[in-house]
Ligand binder design. Structure first.
Ligand code: SF4
Length: 205
């Protein structure tokens, strides 16, 4: 198989996986990115949160969800009554994809080929962590986790299943919440994300 498969070490633990990802050349995104951004969380976390890809801050710091969207997600995790050790945060694609405009780096959505190329990492993370529930944040994550495209509006909050049978809830990506101008609408969207996380939390037993 093309993509990351060649770099994913079989039989490695989570630390081994993280370390190996630094050398991944499964697609071209590693070339322009600063570094790989793998995941945060313990192997025994019960809930896996999957985002799209690292952003500008994440790319610089090498940590997932440390930028503005990560802060929104962190607030929703708190609001849902979840603790740090219960959640494992990762992304469908592990290198930052962007377009350079002058000095600025503008986030660019990963393409289908990047999602497919990076999938062996996510697959192995799911196999190692064996979460009781996966929460896919946004359409890209949903596609990566479920293996087929879904419309967020149609499936949001429902309990679906990943191909390996893990209960999966699809919700919006926190970066979308940041783009809502109206304060009331933004708060509602924030509450909606927290409510979806709470629903997912009920599944971790
Ligand atoms: Fe490898 Fe994924 Fe990075 Fe592409 S985006 S180089 S597949 S880790």
């Amino acid at each position: 198989r093309p993509g990351a498969e060649h770099w994913v070490p079989r039989g490695a633990d989570l630390d081994g996986l993280r370390h190996a990802a630094e050398g991944c050349r499964g697609c071209e995104l590693w070339r322009d990115a600063t570094q790989v951004v793998f995941s945060r969380g313990a192997a025994d976390a019960r809930m896996m949160l999957v985002g799209e890809q690292p952003g500008d801050r994440e790319d610089q710091e090498g940590e997932p969800f440390v930028g503005p969207a990560g802060r929104v997600l962190g607030e929703a995790i708190d609001a849902a009554g979840l603790t740090e050790d219960q959640v494992y945060r990762t992304n469908a694609v592990k290198h930052f994809r962007f377009e350079r405009r002058g000095k600025r780096r503008i986030h660019e959505k990963p393409g289908m080929a990047h999602i497919a190329a990076c999938h062996p990492w996510l697959e192995q993370e799911i196999a190692l962590v064996r979460p009781a529930v996966i929460v896919a944040l946004g359409a890209t994550a949903a596609r990566a986790v479920l293996g087929s495209p879904v419309k967020i509006g149609e499936v949001r909050g429902m309990v679906l299943e990943s191909p390996d049978g893990t209960p999966t809830i699809v919700t919006t990506h926190p970066s979308g919440i940041l783009r809502i101008r109206d304060e009331d609408d933004r708060r509602r969207a924030h509450d909606g994300l927290a409510a979806d996380l709470r629903r997912a939390a009920e599944l971790i037993g």
